[in-house]
Design a protein around this ligand. Structure first.
Ligand code: CA
Ligand code: CA
Length: 306
């Protein structure tokens, strides 16, 4: 069966091969025929062109003139194009020049403005530097003031503590303006009396004016009392216990006080009602080792009005 099929197929194939061969032959034949015809036509065209040359000379002249005309047009176009390019370049250059001039002017203006701003900034820096220096100076001064205030505050605290002690210890305190006064009941020498006062945070009384003298006279009554006045250091140069010089005094004039010279270097004050120097009033220099009552004074003006 398969053999029959193969034989059939072989026969078909052989027929197809024969057909192909025949077609190939036909094609080759056709190609050769076409080639012969083309060669023949070319030969005829060549011969024809040889015979027809005089007739085609006019069309070549037209073609040449056309070519020349086209060339002229092309040259004209080139010239026009070149001219346009030159015009554009000139315009561009002109515009660039104008822009450059404007930019230069603007740059100069900017430079001027920047210079002005720089000068203003320099002035500001100078002012700020001066302000800074002033602030530094102020800071230095404030620091000094602060330190001084700290010291004053410390001193005031000490004085406050002393005053508190004075107020606690003195059993008879009298106030007058900005001072506390204490008059003793017992009698002591000038130095011992002063020591008593200083141990209490006070000192012997300093009489600064007639009002205070009147106040002390009223306070002492008939008693003779020590005051904080002495010329122990330099004879005749009377000084208060705070180290200040006596500028004006209320010396007793009836006995021409002070009259004791170097033997009498401490002062008491008396009122007219005293019994030791009747009808005498004012300050009298006496020997410092005598014993009298005394008056202590504690001034608090620094606490109230620093
Ligand atoms: Ca004296
Ligand atoms: Ca005297």
């Amino acid at each position: 069966m398969s053999g029959l099929v193969n034989d059939g197929m072989d026969k078909g194939s052989m027929m197809e091969s024969e057909d192909r061969i025949e077609k190939t032959v036909d094609i080759y034949v056709s190609a050769e025929a076409v080639r012969d015809m083309k060669h023949k036509k070319d030969t005829e065209d060549f011969n024809t062109s040889k015979t027809q040359t005089p007739q085609h000379t006019g069309s070549d002249s037209v073609r040449i003139r056309s070519s020349r005309a086209a060339l002229v047009c092309l040259v004209l176009l080139c010239v026009l194009l070149l001219t346009a390019v030159i015009v554009l370049c000139v315009q561009l250059f002109t515009n660039n020049s104008t822009n450059y001039t404007e930019e230069t002017h603007q740059l100069l203006t900017n430079i001027t403005n920047l210079t002005d701003e720089r000068d203003q900034l320099l002035n500001k820096i100078t002012n700020i530097t001066e302000e800074r220096n002033e602030l530094l100076t102020n800071n230095t001064n404030l620091t000094k003031e602060r330190d001084e205030l700290k010291i004053k505050n410390k001193n005031l605290i000490n004085e406050k503590d002393q005053l508190r002690n004075t107020l606690q210890i003195f059993d008879k305190l009298t106030t007058y303006k900005f001072s506390f006064y204490y008059i003793s009941n017992e009698t002591k020498s000038w130095n011992e009396s002063r020591r008593y006062c200083t141990e209490k945070g006070a000192d012997l009384v300093i009489i600064n004016n007639s009002d205070e003298q009147d106040f002390v006279n009223h306070m002492s009554g008939a008693a003779v009392v020590w005051i904080g006045l002495t010329d122990s250091d330099v004879e005749g140069r009377w000084k208060w216990v705070d180290g200040t010089n006596m500028t004006s005094g209320f010396w007793e004039s009836r006995s021409n006080e002070p009259n004791g010279g170097t033997s009498e270097n401490c002062a008491v004050t008396v009122d007219k009602q005293n019994k030791e120097w009747p009808n005498h009033s004012g300050w009298i220099d006496v020997q410092c080792n005598k014993i009298f009552q005394w008056i202590c004074e504690k001034n608090i003006s620094k606490l109230i009005m620093p």
